[in-house]
Design a protein around this ligand. Structure first.
Ligand SMILES: CC(=O)N[C@H]1[C@@H](OP(=O)(O)OP(=O)(O)OC[C@H]2O[C@@H](n3ccc(=O)[nH]c3=O)[C@H](O)[C@@H]2O)O[C@H](CO)[C@@H](O)[C@@H]1O
Ligand SMILES: C=C(OP(=O)(O)O)C(=O)O
Length: 428
């Protein structure tokens, strides 16, 4: 087991290239189950979530061949193998095996998913959708059993706007008989990306990216070639780093429109940002002003950038209120930032951040993926060395973060943890 060390105080400059989107990748891979001939996906990020999903595709009989960041998946020999335990529990997105296997085989057995602990993360809307399409769904000892004689299109109104439920219902519905309408659907760019792949496979989908998605079921889907979109959350994380500790930075391979809510807030704080076709040029001003943020569904401020943004607010002038309306308990990073001398109070679903605080390097724990990113940003701004444990969370979502940071001028490195440190980490 290793820890990540960050020596603070060095300015970041230069260019960083954003990888393919984690939250697309984790849906595109299971979507390949629905095809009958090989699917090729280009630009997948090299992160652990992608590795685990590729292994799961092989467990059900698929052949997965990696060629750099391109992955070729041959789904022709896949079978309806139950996956009640094991790797499905290591990540959130294994729930997409439910929709995809149900769509292909009319049955699936999938263990309840893992992923970041951000408070309750129910999947009732996914299940409501599968049931509406004609599946019988039961929870038996922590695994979801789904069975259908035949899936039939239905009108499904989501009670909560959910990325996962929208994509999962799309996956199950593309091969169902007749028409499905998903109302109050989520509008995140990753949903459009998955719909684009499915459409290239022969699916008939209209309205992805709006809150009403219409799907006309087809009998078969074929393989295709798809290029993934860039990761707006990774791009946003580096943009926040540039505001926090950058001199001048270029974030490359970005769709700027995907980040408008973040860019608007950064400009309000005094950061200069220029948008080009696929790049952002970021130059922080002196004495940035604090702002309030409230996370919302897309195109609102993304909850996945709330934690990194909180680290930036520790350095701005005044008080900023961070309210997470998606995950009211997504504040585990706050205790760790306090160890580094940040001045933050959590009240209800909000963190109140008073800046500027002089951050100091400390031993901290990444409790989840974006908490890890928040600690890296804090470490870059702090005096001295910050030691971050729980690095496997960070590796779920950030490709090659150390090399990308080193190229920008940061001093970051991994060290093996001692037995004593591992024990302390496991007990904390
Ligand atoms: C793999 C992936 O894409 N993960 C993202 C996805 O997670 P995920 O798909 O799990 O998040 P959802 O969009 O489903 O969740 C949004 C809200 O709806 C609630 N809810 C969701 C489903 C459900 O059946 N019932 C229910 O009540 C959740 O508890 C949460 O409060 O979107 C989140 C919100 O943008 C992001 O933080 C995650 O990075
Ligand atoms: C919460 C996240 O991921 P997951 O849904 O995969 O746990 C995230 O990407 O910030």
């Amino acid at each position: 087991m290793h820890k990540l060390l960050v020596e603070g105080g060095r300015p970041l400059r230069g260019q960083v290239r954003v990888s393919g989107a984690k939250n697309s990748a984790v849906a595109l891979l299971p979507a390949a189950i629905l095809a009958e001939t090989p699917v090729t996906i280009e630009g997948l990020p090299d992160i652990s979530d992608v590795g685990i999903l590729s292994d799961l595709l092989e467990e059900i009989g698929g052949s997965v061949r990696k060629d750099g960041r391109t992955v070729h998946i041959d789904p022709s020999e896949m079978v309806d193998m139950p996956l009640p335990n094991g790797k499905v529990k290591k990540l959130r997105a294994s729930y997409y095996f439910m929709g995809a296997m149900l769509g292909r085989f009319n049955k699936a057995v999938i263990g309840l998913p893992g992923g970041c602990h951000l408070g309750p993360r129910p999947i009732d809307q996914h299940i409501k959708g599968f049931e509406a399409l004609g599946a019988k769904v039961t929870n038996e000892q922590g695994a979801i059993y789904l069975r259908a004689r035949e899936l039939k299109g239905a009108r499904i109104y989501l009670d909560v706007v959910s990325v996962g439920a929208t994509i999962n219902i799309m996956l199950a519905a593309v091969r169902a008989k007749g028409k499905t309408v998903i109302e109050n659907a989520a509008k995140e760019p990753e949903i459009i990306d998955v719909a684009t792949l499915l459409t290239s496979m022969g699916a008939k989908i209209k309205g992805a990216g709006t809150d009403v998605i219409r799907i006309e079921g087809v009998d078969t889907l074929k393989g295709c070639l798809h290029t993934i979109i860039p990761d707006r959350i990774e791009a946003g994380t580096y943009t926040i780093m540039a505001a926090a500790q950058g001199e001048e930075m270029i974030i490359d391979n970005v769709i700027p429109q995907h980040l408008e809510s973040l860019l608007a807030k950064l400009r309000e704080m005094g950061v200069t940002i220029e948008e080009n076709d696929e790049q952002l040029y970021v130059k922080p001003g002196k004495d940035l002003r604090s702002v309030d943020i409230k996370t919302l569904v897309y195109p609102g401020f993304p909850t996945d950038l709330q934690q990194p943004f909180t680290s930036l607010l520790t350095q701005t002038q005044g008080t900023g209120v961070v309210t997470d309306t998606i995950y009211q308990a997504r504040f585990k990073h706050v205790d760790e930032l306090r160890r580094m001398n940040a001045s933050i109070k959590v009240e209800g679903g909000s963190a109140i951040v008073t800046g500027p605080a002089k951050l100091q390097g400390a031993k901290v724990k990444a409790t989840d993926l974006r908490a890890g990113a928040a600690l890296v940003i804090a470490g870059l701004m702090a005096d001295g060395v910050t030691e971050i444990t729980g690095v496997d969370h960070i590796e779920r979502g950030y490709e090659n973060i150390t090399n990308k940071l080193i190229d920008l001028g940061a001093k970051v490195w991994y060290e093996e943890m001692s037995d004593e440190e591992i024990e302390q980490f496991q007990n904390s």
